[in-house]
Design a binder for this molecule. Structure first.
Ligand code: IPE
Ligand code: MG
Length: 216
């Protein structure tokens, strides 16, 4: 969900105002995904590398995440959303972790959209975590199938489509393992401006792709 800072800068607003607008855009897209019966949506909310940002921005982002989670947990039951989180817990604030655990527990039985929040997420970290977890579990060798069982969410299907906003065209340590055969959609639109229409455009573009998975 890239482009919040540039969106704010263009309006002479603080970067946090861009993140707030980005959170609103996320809510719209979540609802649209539900309308379209998309079963899994992963939002890259905070990367393992985002800790290098100014402390003020990090604090603002953590607060915004906590606020958004609170609002969401209240409505997730009605909306039948199941919340998952992918990422390392440390060094996320303890209060936020408590909230996450509550939200995950409260929504565990929901059968609608699975909203996976990539939070303090890095794909290299996830793969390394999987390898260590496999060793700790006594696995004697690695195969793609074996390693897959130790990812943050073994039941998370590989993404069919990965959308990146704001004109950037790179993965930035996002789902490296799972993205092996994903389709990509790049748009110059900044994340806060990414709306239902833009999302529909991405889905239409995806529908026109031929997925070969190495076949002809
Ligand atoms: C993405 O927007 C949001 C997060 C990383 C949380 P950016 O903050 O990266 O926005 P730009 O790239 O500066 O425009
Ligand atoms: Mg950015």
């Amino acid at each position: 969900m890239d482009g919040n800072g540039r969106w704010a800068g263009a309006r002479h607003l603080p970067r946090l105002a861009g993140h707030q607008a980005g959170a609103k855009a996320a809510e719209k897209i979540i609802m649209r995904a539900q309308q379209k019966n998309i079963p899994f949506l992963t939002l890259y909310a905070f990367s393992a590398e985002n800790w290098s940002r100014p402390q003020e921005e990090i604090d603002g982002l953590m607060k915004l995440l906590a606020q958004t989670l609170t609002r969401y947990t209240r409505t997730a039951a009605d909306r039948n959303i199941r919340l998952w989180v992918s990422g390392e817990r440390a060094p996320l604030p303890i209060e936020l972790l408590k909230q996450i655990d509550e939200a995950v527990n409260q929504t565990a039985g929901n059968t609608g959209l699975t909203l996976n929040l990539a939070l303090n997420y890095g794909a290299r970290q996830e793969i390394t975590h999987a390898a260590n977890a496999a060793l700790a579990a006594g696995e004697k060798e690695f195969t793609p199938q074996i390693l897959s069982r130790y990812l943050y969410h073994p039941d998370l299907p590989d993404p069919e489509l990965i959308i990146r906003t704001s004109g950037e065209e790179r993965l930035s340590n996002f789902l490296l393992w799972q993205a092996a055969y994903s389709e990509f959609y790049f748009t110059p639109t900044l994340w806060p401006d990414f709306n239902e229409k833009e999302f529909d455009n991405a889905l239409t573009a995806y529908a026109a792709r031929t997925r070969r998975f190495g076949n002809i």
